[in-house]
Structures are given as C-alpha cells and as structure tokens.
Ligand binder design. Structure first.
Ligand code: SF4
Length: 292
C-alpha cells in the first residue's frame, strides 16, 4: 500500500518491481492480474473500481467468488458467494450427495442460495464464510451444538455429517528432483531470470537443473561460471506447489576466478532488487550464512 497506493500507480508499475513487492507470497499470477486489472480500470472505467457484478467479474484474476464477495460486501449487491466452505455447509445442511468437485454442484448451490439471499447480502456472505471457518469444520467434527443452522440441518438430525461433502480424491502431486548449483565468488553469487512462461515465470532463481546430480556433474556445471576450487553440499529442501513437488538438493560451488563477473551480485543487491520466490529462500539463507 505504501509503494503502490492507488490504482493508477499499480497500472504503471514495472513488472520486476511488482514481483519484488509480492516476493514470498506465492501465486505470482495474482500480482500480474492485479496490474492487468488496474490497467483496464484506468482505461475503461476512468480509474474508478466498477461496482457492477458483471464488470467486476470481467477483470483479470477475479472469478465468480471474488466478484460476488466484492459486489456484496463493498457495494451491497445481492450476489451470493459460493466456495468450498459454503458447499460443505449446504451439502451437509440438505444431506445432498452431489459431488462438490463438479462445477454443476457449485452452480446448483449458488442458484438455490441466490433465491433466498437477504438484502444485506454482504453480512449473509460474511456469515457463511465465518460459519465454514469456525463451526461447520472441514476435516474434524463440526461444532453442531453451537451452530445457528442446527434446527433445520438434515446432517444434524440424521447424525451423518461425516458423509458430506462428496468430492473427488485429490490427485498425487508430481515429484521432480532439482539440483540447485550456487556459484560463489568474491562474496557474491548468481541469480538468473526464469523463462517468460510456465511455473514462476519471470521470477529469479539460483541456477538449477532437473535431476539429482552427483559432485562430478555439479563440478561440470560450476565450471561454466569459472574455475572451481571447492564444492560444499548444502541443504535439502522439498517445496510443495499446487500440482508439483520439487525435491531439491543444493551445492555451493566456490570459484577462484570467473569468466563473467557481471553475472555475480551481492546478497544485499539480490535482496533489494530481485524477486526470488519462497522456493529458493532456504538457499539464499544458507549462502548468506556462508558469505557473512
Ligand atoms: S448443524 Fe452441524 S453439520 Fe449442520 S450446518 Fe451446522 S455445523 Fe454444519
């Protein structure tokens, strides 16, 4: 909020700086979409955030849930918010065994709630969010004894809340071995920009390759930066993304001379300028310890 206090500054921000500000929060496309939405608001809505559900929904990064939440809570529009919490509450409430992994179930619940939503839709939606978060709990036992919906809830009457919601089993995450090679020379190290598409695109990273490399291969990669004098195995770290798991092993490669000094930056410069996603933070911490 300090760096980008209004929509126009967000619309004009340089992407590298935006990603640096977002560093560590994950889901970097959210930051990119915020900027895209800000540009549209400046160009199409004269810099004023739209108040209508359909206009809000048309903005990048805003789906039905967020559009309903914004339009009901901020602009008092009668739009119901339906997320996993709300689907859990109402499949229990109605003893409905529709599969909540299907879009048709979400639409059905939205349609039914849209018929009964009160004028104060914002409070209604916030109430449902709160109910799902603190009372009609997901994996544990719901706190039916203090639930305001208890008297009308079929799951409470039938004592079968554990049968709902019905959903698809989660898929196993794909595991990928990654070897991180951290060249160190003259108190500095190397980060590079990732590709402009795919996972973590346009963010920065320590040099790395797919696969689990041994010291000999690491030495070969290290030699691309200069003359290797020592290699120190660093930490192992597993990072879990939404659909993938990176099993990472890092090596700090000490160089006595380098072929391209411009590639090397101090830790202070990296921390100040480059957006390094959380997946590489443990290695930054390690190399920082090593250099100070
Ligand atoms: S009574 Fe129990 S199962 Fe029914 S909505 Fe409330 S917390 Fe959920």
């Amino acid at each position: 909020m300090e760096a980008l206090p209004d929509i126009s500054s967000l619309a004009r921000v340089d992407e590298d700086w935006l990603l640096k500000l977002w560093e560590g929060l994950g889901y970097y496309n959210r930051a990119r979409n915020l900027k895209k939405a800000a540009i549209i608001i400046m160009e199409k809505y004269d810099g004023k955030f739209p108040t209508n559900y359909e206009d809000i929904l048309s903005l990048p990064g805003i789906g039905e849930y967020t559009a309903s939440a914004i339009s009901s809570i901020c602009f008092s529009k009668k739009e119901v918010t339906v997320d996993g919490n709300v689907m859990r509450i109402f499949t229990r409430f109605w003893n409905d065994n529709s599969n909540i992994s299907k879009d048709s179930t979400r639409k059905m619940i939205r349609r039914k709630l849209q018929e009964v939503i009160p004028d104060d839709a914002g409070s209604f939606n916030e109430g449902l969010m709160e109910l799902g978060e603190v009372i009609c709990l997901p994996n544990g036992i719901p706190k039916c004894s203090i639930c305001p919906l208890r008297d009308a809830c079929l799951s409470f009457q039938n004592k079968n809340y554990f049968m709902f919601p019905v959903k698809d089993d989660l898929k196993e995450k794909e595991e990928v071995d990654i070897t991180v090679i951290i060249p160190v020379w003259n108190g500095k190290t190397v980060v590079r920009k990732r590709k402009s598409s795919g996972l973590l695109h346009n963010l920065y990273e320590f040099p790395n390759v797919e696969g689990s490399l041994g010291i000999k291969e690491v030495r070969k990669y290290g030699a691309e930066y200069g003359v290797v004098c020592d290699i120190k195995p660093s930490i192992r770290y597993t990072h879990v993304f939404t659909h993938k798991k990176w099993k990472m092993r890092a090596y700090i490669v000490f160089l006595e001379s380098v072929s391209c000094p411009n590639l090397f930056s101090s830790i202070a410069t990296i921390e100040e300028k480059y957006a390094l996603p959380t997946v590489f933070s443990p290695f930054l911490y390690q190399v920082k310890e090593e250099l100070t």
